[in-house]
Design a protein around this ligand. Structure first.
Ligand code: J2J
Length: 542
């Protein structure tokens, strides 16, 4: 069993098993079972029109698992996976599970700073990449990673491997492999983060299979579902809610879009008769506009899931008339808890709420700053525990003591209100994080990077309102002598290996920060300051 993660207390685990939430099914089996049921159905289609049946995909995963084992990868080994939306991701994901290894999922946008940290914390022994993606050579990053984290023995490359190992060469006759313990960790997901460094989220076979299965039920996925992966495959939403895993479990067809652009996505929706997909609000807004001028036939689309950040009521109301499909709001988190609007919920709930908890076993509390429950219907911080919500981040005991209550509730950092129907309305957050159109940025992590700049004496990162993204990042700087301008700061952070989506959208220089009564930087005041400023300039939302 993997160490460094926090299992559920045994009585609770027993209850989840007894009540049927946990079925004792290893995660990779969802592909095997569908392949046995319907080997000749199409499981996967890529943007170029390449297609794989269930039997083919299942066999490819078996062959790659054998290749991985031959290389010495298996039995609890962690493998950092950074692959774009291609068949290589899907095959490698199942191959790693079958080889007994643990995929550590990162986004294609991550760079040296994030990848080195993730490889270090996870103790990874391999790193899987594309050769080139979005104009970036991941092999260069791999070389830097191998220097920084010598424990990373293997680099597995989709495409031209240079001095590394080509994924295509991990091909061997299938060998019998031991089944995973369903109670053990299956995958490590990356958290949005509120601290100096991103945290890893352990998801077990039992909990993730339940996450996928229950999501697929709520969304009505079946063998006729054609699901378009628009967000990165490594995103919990696109992977498992119900996402590509839910589609494969149901025996449907997964279609991979290389980008979320209306050009790419709409063409695939038309070509493959896509029935369901999931996007973040800025993409939903883009699509709502694009239907006006894009000619593509979207009539097959019956479900659009939107989540990751809050979707305004106004665009929410436009989805059904403009796209001709049902809207589903999803308030989820890689840590576990998922809230969905149900497909038969009345319009006011679909438009005006972020859904209700997926599972009857989800336990929710809404508390004030003293951790006391607020009266029903009032706003407070959401705490939760349940059969698919983590009990602790991986190898992070100190952080865990703050991020969880002593009785195991995860502090989401989200401010919510619960309606009598059980639906939640997200009203803000209590965590030091910026939600940039669904991309999460830990203020502390970014501030630490900015503080390394010689011209910066102090830094405070806050969100600023933005009509399409919800919010963007504003870095307030107290200069040492000469503060860097935005461009210069961006170049400095890029050089440090910070992912592009974390680069500050705006830099403001001040002589000193406003402070709270206890001497902390008053970020609320800074947030108001920049919002006022944007209003005065005639830009920004609300
Ligand atoms: C407001 N805030 C939201 C929403 C997430 C499905 C959907 C989303 C994620 C995700 C996910 C929100 N309205 N509808 O993993 O499976 C904010 C909250 C939450 C945080 C989690 C999924 N949906 N959020 O976004 O791990 O602040 O997961 O705590 O990236 O996003 O971020 P993440």
């Amino acid at each position: 069993m993997l160490d460094g993660w926090v299992p559920w207390p045994e009585p609770l685990a027993e209850k989840y098993r007894a009540e049927g939430y946990w079925e004792g099914r290893p995660l990779d089996r969802l592909l095997r079972e569908s392949a046995e049921r319907a080997p000749r159905r199409t499981a996967l289609v890529d943007a170029g029109g390449n297609r794989w049946t269930y039997a083919e995909l299942d066999l490819r995963a078996d062959r790659m698992a054998a290749g991985l084992r031959r290389l010495g990868i298996g039995d609890g080994d962690r493998v950092v996976v950074q692959l774009p939306n291609t068949d290589a991701f899907v095959v490698l994901f199942f191959a790693l599970l079958r080889a007994g290894a643990i995929p550590v999922l990162t986004l294609p946008a991550h760079r040296e700073s994030e990848i080195v940290h993730v490889a270090e914390v996870s103790g990874a022994m391999a790193y899987a990449i594309p050769d080139l993606h979005d104009g970036f050579d991941h092999r260069v990053l791999a070389r830097a990673l191998r220097k920084a984290v010598p424990g990373v023995e293997h680099v597995l490359v989709a495409g031209d491997a240079a001095e590394f190992t080509a994924l295509a060469d991990l091909d061997a006759a299938p060998v019998p492999l031991p089944e995973a313990d369903p109670g053990d960790v299956a995958v490590l997901l990356l958290s949005g983060g509120t601290t100096g460094k991103p945290k890893l989220i352990p998801r077990t076979h039992d909990d993730y299979v339940y996450n996928v299965r229950a999501s697929a039920e709520v969304c009505g996925f079946d063998g006729d579902t054609v699901y378009l992966v628009v967000l990165p495959t490594a995103h919990n939403f696109a992977l498992a809610c119900p996402g590509l895993l839910g589609t494969l479990m149901a025996g449907g067809t997964v279609v991979l879009s290389p980008t979320p652009s209306p050009e790419d996505a709409f063409a695939l929706i038309e070509r493959e008769r896509v029935t369901a997909t999931a996007v973040v609000p800025p993409i939903a807004l883009l699509w709502l506009d694009a239907v006006e001028w894009e000619e593509a036939d979207l009539s097959s689309l019956s479900l659009l899931q939107v989540g990751g950040s809050k979707l305004g009521a106004e665009p929410a109301a436009r989805v059904e008339p403009a796209l001709g499909c049902t809207l589903q709001q999803v308030f989820g988190m890689a840590e576990g808890l998922l809230n969905y609007t149900w497909l038969d919920d009345p319009p006011e709930l679909v438009i005006g709420t972020q859904g209700r908890p997926l599972s009857p076993a989800d336990e929710l509390r809404v508390v004030d700053e003293d951790d006391d429950d607020v009266p029903p219907g009032e706003r407070g911080e959401l705490l939760t525990r349940g059969p698919y919500t983590l009990r602790g981040y991986y190898r992070a005991p100190e952080h865990n003591s703050r991020a969880f209550t002593t009785d195991g509730y995860y502090r989401t950092g989200d401010l919510v209100r619960v309606l009598p129907s059980g639906h939640l309305v997200v009203e803000g957050r209590a965590k030091d994080q910026i939600n940039r159109g669904g991309d999460k940025i830990s203020a502390e992590e970014l501030e630490n990077h900015i503080l390394a700049h010689p011209g910066v004496h102090d830094a405070a990162v806050v969100g600023m309102p933005d009509e399409t993204m919800g919010e963007r990042t504003c870095a307030y700087l107290v200069p040492r002598e000469q503060a860097p301008a935005q461009q210069e700061l961006a170049a400095f952070l890029t050089e440090r290996g910070v992912a592009a989506y974390k680069l500050p959208d705006r830099v403001e220089v001040v002589e000193a920060f406003p402070r709270t009564s206890v001497g902390k930087i008053d970020k609320k005041a800074l947030g108001r300051l920049i919002a006022d400023r944007l209003r005065a300039e005639g830009i920004g939302g609300n």
